[in-house]
Ligand binder design. Structure first.
Ligand SMILES: Nc1ncnc2c1ncn2[C@@H]1O[C@H](COP(=O)(O)OP(=O)(O)OP(=O)(O)O)[C@@H](O)[C@H]1O
Ligand SMILES: [Mg+2]
Length: 388
């Protein structure tokens, strides 16, 4: 891919004695869509603030185009930010919100005349599908439309890099999906670098060239969405990205791992003989066979219909696995399972071992989520009826 554009080298940040970023090393390439992904409080916004110039690292360096920029203030960096709470100017209309950055540039003696401002604002409103909205009061816009104004405002100065901190966080699921596609198209049309922050793993996989998975101020893994999903580096990443059964295993030899006393073929090697490992098996990679024919035999304890398939919970020796299948297996059925070698991924033991990957509490969690969505939908219908 393209050349290096931004580099963080050994960046550390502490607040009140707490380590917030711990030796962050990161390279962002020109025109890349890079996503910082991780749970709340893991240091995503802090990393973005360092790149934007709003925060200096306690130690470590920041480079732009190979030039050290630790001391360059935000407005002199070729970077614009859409903050986690995108504050639009509510006293200005849509046109003036977008024009703001250009007018500021004008007062700083850059030569942008009125016609140029107008041309560029309309170009941006067109790009974000807000043609005809220029005179609207921003307070009268929907959440999605306000989001578009924030994007247009950040892009009007033609930054080389756009930092987006959870820009779709306030939108409902459907609008969020639409905006994900639009953001991808906007980035391609502008040909600029996006550094995007989210804690939504699906969003990260769907949008990014590269994903940086963070936890506790530490980068756990950097890779393409496929790398991160197929070859997670540890139990934290495997659990955070998609659904995973994570079980203890012992490497018998290269290409053979023992799980629950049974040997399974796999594609991984390079471990010590009899090394204890974490084994990841994705729910969609497990084949159900009759109980006599499986490598392992277990009992179905939960079934949830998901439309294209069923999520079933299966108890193997007290450890609950999630399996996704199109076959209906009612609760109480005894089933066998088989797993192809490429459905098994072996990871080194880490400080996350044993913390994730058992689905004992899975169905309860899902019921809660389901109920919340139902309530939300009912509210919407009520309000439509009330307004009608
Ligand atoms: N100025 C500050 N002073 C003290 N602590 C701070 C400050 N800024 C951030 N922190 C702490 O640093 C940690 C990381 O914060 P950060 O905002 O980077 O998290 P995040 O990954 O963006 O989380 P979220 O997904 O909730 O936005 C948090 O524990 C936060 O409370
Ligand atoms: Mg944040």
């Amino acid at each position: 891919m393209a050349k290096e554009l931004i580099r963080l080298s050994g960046c550390n940040v502490a607040f009140d004695g707490d380590i917030i970023l711990d030796n962050i090393n990161l390279c962002v390439k020109d025109k890349e869509f890079l996503t910082l992904l991780g749970p709340s409080g893991c240091g995503k916004t802090t990393t973005l603030r360092i790149i934007g110039g709003f925060l200096k690292p306690d130690s470590g360096d920041v480079y732009f185009d190979k030039v050290r920029i630790n001391d360059v203030p935000p407005h002199k960096r070729l970077v614009n930010t859409i903050f986690q709470k995108y504050a639009l100017f509510t006293h200005l209309n849509v046109f003036e919100n977008v024009a703001f950055g250009l007018r500021l540039a004008r007062t700083q003696n850059k030569k942008i005349d009125k016609h140029e401002i107008s041309r560029r604002v309309f170009e941006m409103l067109d790009l974000v599908s807000l043609k005809g909205f220029e005179k609207r009061d921003v307070a009268s816009l929907s959440g999605g439309q306000q989001q578009r104004v924030a994007i247009a405002r950040a892009l009007v100065n033609k930054p080389k890099v756009l930092l987006l901190d959870e820009p779709l966080g306030a939108l409902d699921m459907r609008l969020r999906k639409d905006m994900q596609n639009e953001l991808k198209q906007i980035r391609q049309a502008m040909g600029i670098t996006f550094i995007y922050v989210t804690h939504d793993q699906e969003e990260a996989l769907a949008m990014s060239d590269s994903v940086v998975v963070m936890e506790g101020g530490v980068i756990q893994q950097v890779g393409t969405p496929e790398d991160i999903y197929n070859e997670p580096s540890n139990a934290f990443v495997a659990d955070f990205i998609g659904e995973s059964n994570i079980v203890d295993g012992i490497m018998r030899s290269d290409g053979v791992v023992e799980i629950f006393g049974r040997k399974f073929k796999c594609l991984d090697g390079g471990f010590d003989p009899l090394e204890p490992v974490d084994v990841v098996i994705r729910p969609e990679d497990i084949d159900i066979v009759s109980s006599g024919k499986g490598k392992l035999t277990g009992t179905v304890t939960g079934v949830t219909f998901r439309g294209v398939m069923y999520d079933i919970i299966v108890d193997f020796h007290g450890f609950k696995w999630l399996i996704q299948t199109t076959d209906l297996c009612p609760v109480g059925t005894e089933i066998g399972i088989q797993i192809d070698p490429d459905g098994i991924h072996i990871m080194k033991k880490s400080r996350f071992s044993g913390m994730y990957g058992d689905y004992s509490s899975y169905s309860a969690e899902y019921d809660d989520i389901g109920d919340a969505e139902l309530e939300h939908e009912t509210d919407d219908k009520d309000s439509i009826t009330r307004n009608a």
